[in-house]
Ligand binder design. Sequence first.
Ligand SMILES: Cc1cc2nc3c(=O)[nH]c(=O)nc-3n(C[C@H](O)[C@H](O)[C@H](O)COP(=O)(O)OP(=O)(O)OC[C@H]3O[C@@H](n4cnc5c(N)ncnc54)[C@H](O)[C@@H]3O)c2cc1C
Length: 415
Amino acid sequence: MQNLTRRNFLKASGLGAALWGVGGMRSFAAEARRKVIVIGGGWGGATAAKYIRLTDPSIEVTLLEPNKEFISCPFSNLVLAGVESLKNLTLNYNGLRKHGVKIRHEAAAAIEPDKRRVRVGKDSLEYDRLIVSPGVDLQWEQIEGLAAAKDTVLHAWKAGPQTVQLAKQIQSMADGGVIVMTVPPVAYRCPPGPYERASMIAWYLKTKKPKSKLIVFDANKDIVSKTGLFKAVFKDYAANIDYRPAQKAEKIDIGAKEVTTDTGDKVKYDVVNVIPPQRAGAIAVEADLVGGDKRWCEVDHVTYESVKQKNIHVIGDATIGLPVPKSGNVANAMGKICATAVVSLLNGKEPPVLAPGNTCYSWVNDKEAIAVVNAYKIENGKVVQIEQKLTPSKSVAVAQNSLAWRASIWNDMLG
Ligand SMILES: Cc1cc2nc3c(=O)[nH]c(=O)nc-3n(C[C@H](O)[C@H](O)[C@H](O)COP(=O)(O)OP(=O)(O)OC[C@H]3O[C@@H](n4cnc5c(N)ncnc54)[C@H](O)[C@@H]3O)c2cc1C
């Protein structure tokens, strides 16, 4: 497995020259220590916290993250099919500590933009710049019966205990059983994620429980991402997968073990996986960082500063308006670009103009994967897509590349 060095990774991601350039601007002036608080130690926040310290160690960075360990959503669909273990997807935060990031394993309770403070427990922490990367929250109330049943109806859309529980439910189901999975309307975390999940579950059924069926109710009109590639994969699993587009889950009845859709269809299940509609993490909503839709945060495409609140930057899945997917790869790129912008702004410099990039892998069986690569540029201050390339078909080589990708990007975030 290839493990890229940080410098090589930066070169490959096109961010190298710019970031190392900003690193040279360290200010040793006898000014008060500048403070940055980062909310959320996931793909966006962990990267931003690390890169601010790397770029300007005179800046104090405090990361607020309730979880003691990082668990990767990418590759968690493989756990459901027994192809990967959650242990292999679990990393610690020691690397960030070595870079001098102060970590408090607590949730930010509130943001006070006027006072430039974040409330954590009984403390109020002051900041010069705040970076908010809280990921997504799930909108239980959008599906009748789900809020009351949310502890037993699993989403597994935040990798962790639910991933393991759902894997157990699927693997202990009798052959001949029915799994119902629901896909929310866009925008949601990881556009290809539900279809990767469907592929991995269908592969598991085909190879281990051939009389069983996976019914996928998709609220969207068609497969949202890597459409042609997933359609070809679903054909391979035709005996075990029943994909039903333009059918939004409306109601779940855990007593009757039944899902009802907006077209009036009712289907009984043995195992159910409801991926609810989503919005930005609660802290962003409560701090009024979200737009008119009350769901997602609009930001400046160069600095990631909120269009609603000065000195507060939002990155990762919580953002909207950029033509990029809600992916870990994009959140990582945003983390680096935002870190550079924040260091520049705190040093009285113009932030460099940098565009993110995206490579997204989806596994479709125990050995093969497909992928999409998106390239972007900044035009008139906005991110625009230059091109998108898809792999021609599923292959072992792409799956192997994804393992190299994960090793290098996890190291880039947390190493
Ligand atoms: C099944 C699945 C498969 C996926 N596969 C891929 C893939 O192959 N490739 C890819 O690029 N992406 C993939 N993704 C998407 C990727 O996981 C997300 O895009 C990424 O996690 C977004 O990063 P983020 O920083 O916005 O949010 P997260 O990584 O979710 O981080 C948010 C963090 O904020 C913390 N937090 C929330 N509120 C607070 C608060 N008030 N105070 C402090 N901390 C807080 C949370 O605990 C969390 O750790 C996948 C997602 C899923 C669900």
